[in-house]
Write a protein that binds this ligand. Structure first.
Ligand SMILES: CC(C)(COP(=O)(O)OP(=O)(O)OC[C@H]1O[C@@H](n2cnc3c(N)ncnc32)[C@H](O)[C@@H]1OP(=O)(O)O)[C@@H](O)C(=O)NCCC(=O)NCCS
Length: 189
């Protein structure tokens, strides 16, 4: 399948990672506000390892967590993209949509704008049938992005995250590929 390497939106470029993204990524991963809902902030080494894993995911699947830049303004603000979870749960195998932005880039609609482009990539270019998103119940900002995308939450899907040390409870949101209008059966008069 011939998948685009980059995605352009009105304000953003979603692209593969470069060496120069590593330092600002380590900075946002060391920020307690950004990492409030994760088990811990990341060290520089931990942040670099995460970039290595993201790059390996791109090589394996042809898509991943894209580095996001604000065109002509900020060369790197974080990531938004798609990932295949490496753990097993009642909803796997699946593709997850996720995001992590530097604090100064919150409150501008960047996460939702980038995520909408990822939905179009997933459903219109990569032929995916469904996506999930997950977070802890308290991560209201992230849940609001999921809801703005039209994702829905069924409490019966909530789960204890198997790879976290405390197996923290997570909420799961789902979105199916929309049915094209042309495939809907005509209404009976
Ligand atoms: C989750 C996260 C990406 C959400 O970021 P965000 O900036 O709140 O989300 P959006 O990009 O959708 O922006 C929406 C906000 O921008 C505002 N906004 C400003 N200009 C806008 C514009 N031109 N278009 C759309 N929204 C705009 C909206 O009003 C909204 O503000 P509000 O939060 O005060 O209601 C961010 O909080 C984050 O990186 N958190 C840390 C990492 C994390 O927890 N990731 C998820 C783990 S599962």
């Amino acid at each position: 399948m011939n998948l685009p390497r980059e995605i352009r939106t009105e304000r953003l470029l979603l692209r593969r990672w470069t060496r120069s993204d590593r330092s600002p990524f380590a900075e946002l991963n060391s920020d307690k506000r950004v990492m409030e809902h994760f088990p811990a902030v990341l060290t520089r080494a931990g942040s670099d390892e995460l970039v290595d894993r993201i790059e390996a995911h791109f090589e394996r699947h042809g898509f991943g967590l894209w580095a996001v830049e604000v065109v002509d303004q900020v060369p790197f603000i974080g990531f938004v993209g798609l990932a295949v979870p490496s753990f097993e749960a009642h909803f796997t195998p699946c593709v997850e949509i996720g995001w992590r932005l530097a604090l100064k880039s919150w409150g501008r609609g960047y996460a939702t704008e980038a995520a909408r482009a990822c939905l179009a990539f997933a459903f219109e270019r990569a032929g995916m049938d469904a996506l999930v998103a997950m977070t802890v119940p308290e991560n209201i900002r992230s849940r609001r992005v999921m809801e703005r995308l039209g994702m829905t939450h069924d409490p019966a899907d909530d789960f204890d995250h198997p790879t976290l040390p405390d197996r923290r409870r997570h909420v799961l949101y789902r979105l199916n590929r929309p049915t094209p209008l042309s495939r809907l059966s005509p209404r009976v008069p």
